[in-house]
Design a protein around this ligand. Structure first.
Ligand SMILES: C/C(=C\CNc1ncnc2c1ncn2[C@@H]1O[C@H](COP(=O)(O)O)[C@@H](O)[C@H]1O)CO
Length: 234
């Protein structure tokens, strides 16, 4: 029998949940399990990141960017340029653009953080971060990215990167967090989305003109660095 997609809390209790590989499904566990696990995960994330004494920039981007491509190289350059400005780099800790940014930061001698996520298929953390943790919940991990970053850089990416980008934009737009630079890297890659944001979201009144100021779109690591908050440079 197929598992129901929706189930009530009482149905969940005492029922073995289906698993499909390395990580059992999160969020369909009982409310009390979810609550306890999330609370513990928050505490462990805070413990990991509270002691970090350099300002961190969260760098998001595709898990699929291939090593050796121009895109990967740009990620490495972004990581290195941020370290040159005395920032640490914090990523999702996986492969692709995440590995690129961590590699650039690590090779430049900077702080390199990877917040990995446990998924139902095999995950390998990249080898370029020195402060790391494996998270069960995307939502807990996302709080870490927001709470412990002073800027948000998004390299070309897919659903995951878009999710992280829009989460950050909403939090800034609704003043749940203080404003900070949000920088999209790749004018060609992001161009279609920016056009749609202007021609549909803005034109239909779904966002305001000033919301367009919540993000920047650039092409190079130097341009990313130039948009960073100034306090880290001494
Ligand atoms: C889906 C694939 C691999 C998944 N591995 C991931 N490891 C760590 N972090 C991830 C992973 N997938 C998504 N993320 C987060 O979202 C962003 C990347 O998502 P995108 O859809 O690839 O743009 C990234 O910033 C992570 O924080 C195999 O492709």
């Amino acid at each position: 029998m197929t598992e129901p997609i929706c189930s009530s809390g009482s149905e969940e209790r005492g029922r073995a949940l289906p698993t499909s590989g390395a990580a059992e499904p999160a969020l369909v566990e009982s409310s009390s399990t979810l609550g306890h696990r999330a609370q513990a995960e928050f505490a462990e994330g805070f413990q990991l990141l509270d002691p970090v004494d350099v300002p961190l920039v969260a760098v998001m981007g595709s898990a699929r960017t291939k090593v050796g491509t121009k895109e990967y190289q740009r990620g490495v350059e972004v990581g290195a340029a941020l370290v040159a400005q005395r920032f640490g780099v914090m990523t999702g800790g996986g492969g692709g653009a995440m590995a690129a940014a961590n590699e650039g930061a690590h090779k430049a001698g900077g702080v390199s953080v990877g917040l990995n996520i446990k998924l139902p298929f095999e995950q390998r953390p990249n080898r370029w971060h020195r402060i790391a943790r494996l998270f069960r919940y995307f939502f807990v991990r996302k709080v870490m990215f927001v709470k412990y970053s002073c800027a948000f850089v998004v390299l070309p990416g897919g659903f995951g990167s878009l999710d992280e980008l829009f989460e950050m934009l909403v939090l800034i737009q609704t003043r749940k967090v203080p404003g900070r630079p949000v920088v999209l890297v790749g004018t060609e890659f992001w161009g279609g989305l920016i056009t749609w944001i202007k021609e549909t979201l803005l034109a239909e009144g779904m966002i305001s003109e000033e919301d367009l100021d919540l993000f920047h779109v650039v092409d190079t690591a130097e341009q990313v660095a130039a948009l960073m908050p100034k306090h880290a440079v001494s």
